[in-house]
Design a binder for this molecule. Structure first.
Ligand code: SAH
Ligand code: SF4
Ligand code: F3S
Length: 454
């Protein structure tokens, strides 16, 4: 069968989609790039904001409508399938199957059952189920995601993720290292370790890190990072998303002392107002956050921080909003993802009356976007003239000699790839920066620097 996956949401969903694609390919199905070619289309969904769900539902309805004209299997996987359950069958007529956020390993069997004539199959699993999840990868990439922590126990007041992804479960360290070794053997150079609150790794359940073995660290995440760095061939390690409570002395020391760890952390702040942070139940204040990033930057000069901000949380006043603006200015983020608050059913914040109307949310959104652009532009202009190390990703779609890559700080760099340089995806090269935009650097390829640790 020819299949297509549409993925919404976070990196965790991108990772789950890769697993599904690898499992389907292993039993002979073929991934295709367009809906017209596909015999089966699976929509991989996100519930974090109402809009993300509306988009996925709209897409599913359109595809099911198309079933009138041709043979097509349509399924929904991921967070929205988990949240809405079998009620989706009432709102999306003709849908063939739904599969929960920890049950995607069963997609090949579900497709086979639909092909054999069954319809409206639901496989949502038990809450907190972990055993059935395969962690398989596609070949041919030089950068890979590795899920190390499932679920989330934090329960921030606005967030649906703990409901749809279940309680936290840290995968055994040995299993993760075996996965990274396999990836490295297949040519992967960069791994990104994934968890919703990734610094909680090893806190909710034992992970089997041998504490009697000599190590520079005693906490689970620094120890895991140390072990991943010891895998031959892995040149870069990232982990996401962070939380200030996880920026312990040991973690900061790991960032300082383990050269493979990249000079970047995505550390969502959500708000710069202590009052709103408390209402959000984030578990830290403005000063704690600023302290965490200051310590990371002392450990690694030039360390890049990116962030998420929610605007229009219930009760957010102009002063609260200005506090967020001033925090962003003080923190000097390389990038900030700005989200308009969306009440999620069943979360504590959904009981609070909304106080910021759509127009005001839009206004605050625009202001933060302009602030962030100015900040990103200033940070990147200061880099003009510097020579930076770039992991080459590959040619851009429009112009094959124009290549894109990323710095250790996760900034995108565009450069001309000269034929004589023979740069291949996954190579580390040196690029001298000549031009800057808020989210992109442009430069000239100096010399390929070969596969040396960054
Ligand atoms: N686990 C990550 C975030 C996952 S959700 C972390 O805690 O860092 C990604 C982002 O979506 C969050 O950081 C937050 O900024 C935003 N978000 C989550 N729930 C939201 C809601 N109800 N409305 C608007 N934005 C939300
Ligand atoms: Fe949601 Fe908070 Fe967990 Fe992030 S840490 S997934 S924002 S509950
Ligand atoms: Fe969305 Fe689920 Fe990720 S709700 S943000 S896809 S964990």
């Amino acid at each position: 069968m020819k299949f297509l996956l549409h993925t919404y949401g976070c990196q965790m969903n991108v990772r789950d989609a890769e697993t599904v694609a690898a499992l389907l390919e292993a039993v002979g199905h073929v991934q295709v790039g367009s809906e017209a070619e596909a015999d089966a289309i699976i929509i991989n969904t996100c519930s974090v904001r109402g809009k993300a769900e509306d988009k996925a539902l709209g897409k599913a309805r359109l595809l099911c409508f198309e079933k009138r004209n041709r043979q097509l299997i349509v399924g929904i996987m991921g967070c929205m399938a988990q949240r809405l359950g079998e009620s989706i069958f009432d709102s999306v007529r003709g849908l063939d199957f739904i599969v929960g956020s920890r049950r995607h390993g069963s997609v090949p069997q579900l497709l086979a059952r639909v092909a054999a004539g069954e319809t409206q199959i639901a496989d949502l699993g038990e809450a907190g189920e972990v055993t059935a999840i395969p962690h398989v990868h596609l070949d041919g990439t030089h950068a890979a995601f590795v899920t190390i922590l499932l679920g989330c126990n934090r329960r921030c007041a606005y967030c649906i993720v703990p409901d749809v992804r279940g309680p936290e479960y840290s995968r055994p360290a040995a299993e993760i290292i075996a996965e990274v070794r396999q990836l490295a053997a297949r040519g992967v150079r960069e791994v990104t370790l994934l968890g919703q609150s990734v610094m909680n790794y090893g806190r909710a359940n034992a992970v089997g890190i041998d504490v009697s073995a000599p190590s520079a660290f005693s906490e689970p995440l620094p120890r895991l990072l140390e072990a991943v760095a010891a895998v031959p061939g892995i040149l870069r390690i990232r982990f996401t998303s962070g939380h200030p409570s996880g920026c312990t002395d040991e973690l900061v020391r790991a960032v300082r002392d383990i050269p493979q760890i990249c000079a970047h952390l995505h550390l969502p702040v959500q708000s710069g107002s202590d009052r709103i942070l408390a209402l959000m139940r984030r578990g830290y204040g403005r000063a704690d956050y600023l302290d965490a990033i200051a310590r990371l930057r002392v450990a690694r000069p030039g360390f890049a921080i990116t962030s998420d901000v929610i605007i229009g949380f219930p009760g957010e006043t102009t002063e609260d909003f200005e506090a967020t603006r001033s925090l962003m200015e003080e923190a000097a983020f390389e990038n900030t993802f700005i989200f308009k608050y969306s009440p999620r059913p069943g979360t504590p914040a959904a009981d609070l009356p909304e106080t910021v109307d759509a127009e005001e949310k839009m206004r605050r959104n625009q202001i933060l976007l302009i602030d962030q652009d100015r900040c990103g532009q200033a940070i990147n202009e200061a880099r003009i003239g510097q020579t930076v190390e770039v992991l080459a990703d590959g040619p851009s779609l429009r112009n094959a000699s124009r290549w894109a890559g990323r710095t250790s700080g996760n900034m995108i760099v565009i450069f001309e790839n000269r034929a004589d340089a023979r740069v291949a995806p996954g190579d580390l090269v040196s690029v001298t920066i000549t031009r800057a935009k808020p989210q992109t650097l442009y430069g000239e390829l100096k010399t390929p620097s070969g596969l040396t640790p960054c």
